[in-house]
Design a protein around this ligand. Structure first.
Ligand SMILES: Nc1ncnc2c1ncn2[C@@H]1O[C@H](COP(=O)(O)OP(=O)(O)OP(=O)(O)O)[C@@H](O)[C@H]1O
Ligand SMILES: [Mg+2]
Length: 256
């Protein structure tokens, strides 16, 4: 399949500070791509560039063969914190995203119907009426995944979406996002600074160096899912990635 996102020789500075020293990579249609790099190297900034929230100094960004400005409708975000409206319940939070994106092209009844189906997809069919403060952290993040899907994007940009969750919830969410990706066929760009998370999720991992960041390497992960990063078969890629990043592999406790 072809590339749905392409970044070529991206350079960016904020004032005197050089953030990127020529970043290049592409995302294939339908791919689960992880961007892995140390804190502060510019991972979140990269998602802002792809989403046309930030212009680059030089280089070429294309989304679905067009400029990022023309293709914004293909994209939805899932942030580290869910950013739900506290005075709307789960269903209304998802439906609002459709209302804002599609306006009069769709009806309220249709928005609610699609939103209900998406809450079911993320495992919240019985929680649609709950206000955000009644939901657990993992449930809130599921609502934000449903909200991203609600705008019918082809690409979902995810910025460390599970990093605020406890270890067991995080593990469950990783399994579920792979299921959702398989069911929906979206292209996913998932930012993380955890080696194990990237190994468990990605088709390919783009490794960024520390600032000023460049693309250090793009690593294919071909092992079938579900994967567990600490299983013997994953040790070679784990060692390789930690060598590239110059850190010890993440030490997550074993599953209980
Ligand atoms: N609007 C801005 N003005 C000035 N500097 C900025 C701006 N936005 C980001 N930066 C700087 O750019 C660098 C990259 O920031 P970014 O948030 O993309 O990093 P990150 O890789 O997502 O880090 P983390 O893993 O901690 O989330 C940081 O040094 C940050 O201070
Ligand atoms: Mg970030």
């Amino acid at each position: 399949m072809g590339d749905i996102i392409s970044l070529q020789d991206i350079e960016l500075s904020f004032g005197q500070e050089v953030i990127y020293d020529r970043i290049s990579f592409s995302v294939r249609e339908g791919e689960f791509l992880c961007v892995l790099g140390p804190s502060g190297c510019g991972k979140s900034t990269l998602l802002r560039i792809v989403g046309d929230l930030l212009p680059v100094d030089s280089g070429i960004v294309t989304v679905d063969g067009r400029s990022a400005t023309d293709a914004w409708q293909e994209i939805a975000y899932v942030f580290q914190s869910p950013r739900l409206l506290p005075w709307r319940n789960a269903l209304e939070n998802v439906a609002l995203a459709r209302q804002l994106r599609f306006g009069r092209q769709t009806s309220k009844a249709r928005n609610l119907e699609v939103s209900r189906a998406l809450l079911e997809l993320v495992g919240l069919e019985n929680d649609a009426h709950k206000m955000p403060h009644m939901l657990s952290g993992g449930e809130r993040q599921r609502v934000s995944i449903a909200r991203a899907l609600a705008v019918e994007p082809r690409i979902i940009l995810m910025d460390e979406p599970f990093s605020a969750l406890d270890v067991n919830t995080r593990r469950r969410m990783r399994t579920e996002i792979v299921d959702i990706w398989k069911k929906t066929g979206k292209s996913i760009v998932f930012v993380t600074h955890e080696i194990d998370e990237a190994i468990e999720l990605a088709d390919r991992i783009v490794i960024l160096s520390s600032k000023p960041a460049s693309t250090r390497e793009i690593v294919d992960v071909t092992a079938p899912r579900p994967r567990h990063a600490t299983s013997p078969g994953m040790q070679a890629v784990r060692q390789h990635l930690s060598g590239l990043l110059g850190v010890a592999p993440d030490a997550e406790p074993p599953l209980h």
